[in-house]
Design a protein around this ligand. Structure first.
Ligand SMILES: [Zn+2]
Length: 78
């Protein structure tokens, strides 16, 4: 698969993108969240291409967010 989504691909590359900020900016829509807490999971959808992401918020010295596109197979790096 070679679909490119310039609207939301960059989310995968960083770990400092707060889904709440993106939601407020109108770039994603938060579909649902787990029990709110320091470590929690968001399900969001890109408002441009409707792609869904699972975002894991990871507690630590600073909060981090891992954005994983839904349905994407784990790819091995060769
Ligand atoms: Zn998108």
């Amino acid at each position: 698969m070679s679909d490119r989504h310039p609207c939301c691909d960059p989310y995968r590359d960083g770990d400092r993108t707060d889904p709440n900020d993106e939601h407020r900016a109108g770039r994603v829509r938060i579909v649902e969240t787990s029990e709110p807490g320091w470590s929690m999971t968001y399900r969001v959808a890109c408002t441009t291409c409707a792609r869904r992401f699972t975002v894991k918020q990871i507690d630590g010295p600073a909060l981090q967010w891992k954005w994983v596109p839904q349905g994407e197979k784990r790819r091995r790096v060769h």
